[in-house]
Design a binder for this molecule. Structure first.
Ligand code: ADP
Length: 209
C-alpha cells in the first residue's frame, strides 16, 4: 500500500521509540493527537503497527508484501463469487448459447430436475458442438457437457487462494460454488478468474484494509 509521508514518519518514530503513546508521537511531529488519529487507525488496521492499551504503539515488523499475503490468504470464496447461471440437462445447445450471450458469462452450469449439479458448459464446448452439421435446437446439452464426477468445485467457505489454485491446475475459467449434501450438490455461486482478479485489485488498492 502507498503510505503518505506522515504515515512513513509515524512508522519511523514507532520503530525508533516504540512502544510509544499516540500523545508522544503527536508531540514529536508537532501535531495534535486528534490530527494523527486517522493515520494511526490506518497503520494499525493495515497491520504495520499494533496498539496495546496503556502501553502504546509498537512496530509489528511486517513488510508490505507480508501483510498483502496475510490478507490474501484470508479471503473466502463467498466474498467474491458471482451469481451462477444454470440450465437444465435437456435444454438445447442452441438455447444454452443464447443463455451464455444473454447472461454475459463464459461458463454455464447444468443441473438435473432436482437442481443438483450434473455438468459444466464452456464457450468451447458450445463452439465445438456448433461446427458439426447437427441441428443445435435438437441436441440437448447433456450430450456435450463435461459431466460429474469430473467437475471441479469449490465451497463458499473455501479460501479464494485454494480455488485459484484449482483453476490453474485444471486449466479452466470457472468453478461452480456448491453446497454438498447426501443427495447431490446445489449450485450456489460461480467463481471465475475475473472474481480473483477483482480481489487482487481491491487488495492492491487498499479497499480491504
Ligand atoms: P473454454 O473451453 O471456453 O476455454 P474452460 O477452459 O473453462 O473454457 O473449459 C475447458 C474445458 O473444461 C471444457 O470442456 C469445460 O467443459 C471444462 N470445464 C470447465 N469448467 C470446469 C470445471 N469446473 N470442472 C470440470 N471441467 C470444467
Amino acid at each position: 500500500m502507498e503510505l503518505s509521508n506522515r504515515q512513513e514518519q509515524i512508522i519511523q518514530i514507532v520503530k525508533d521509540n516504540g512502544p510509544i503513546t499516540g500523545e508522544n508521537i503527536a508531540d514529536q511531529l508537532n501535531l495534535t493527537r486528534a490530527t494523527l488519529r486517522p493515520d494511526l487507525a490506518i497503520l494499525t488496521m493495515a497491520g504495520f503497527l499494533d496498539a496495546r492499551p496503556r502501553v502504546g504503539y509498537f512496530f509489528t515488523g511486517k513488510t508490505g508484501s507480508e501483510l498483502f499475503t496475510e490478507k490474501l490468504k484470508k479471503f473466502k470464496v463467498d466474498e467474491y463469487q458471482s451469481r451462477p447461471i444454470v440450465v437444465e440437462e435437456d435444454v438445447s445447445v442452441y438455447d444454452a448459447i443464447c443463455a451464455m450471450f444473454l447472461e454475459d458469462v463464459g461458463t454455464l452450469f447444468v443441473t438435473d430436475q432436482h437442481s443438483f449439479l450434473t455438468g459444466v458448459l464452456s464457450r468451447k464446448d458450445l463452439l465445438r458442438a456448433s461446427i458439426g452439421n447437427q441441428d443445435l435446437t435438437s441436441v440437448p446439452v447433456h450430450i456435450i457437457m463435461t459431466r460429474m464426477p469430473n467437475i471441479t468445485v469449490c465451497e463458499p467457505d473455501d479460501l479464494l487462494l485454494d480455488a485459484a489454485q484449482k483453476l490453474i491446475e485444471k486449466q479452466i475459467d470457472g468453478l461452480p460454488v456448491v453446497q454438498p449434501s447426501e443427495e447431490g450438490m446445489k449450485v450456489v455461486g460461480r467463481l471465475t478468474k475475473t472474481n480473483i482478479t477483482k480481489a487482487l485489485v481491491e487488495l492492491a488498492r487498499d479497499q480491504h484494509l
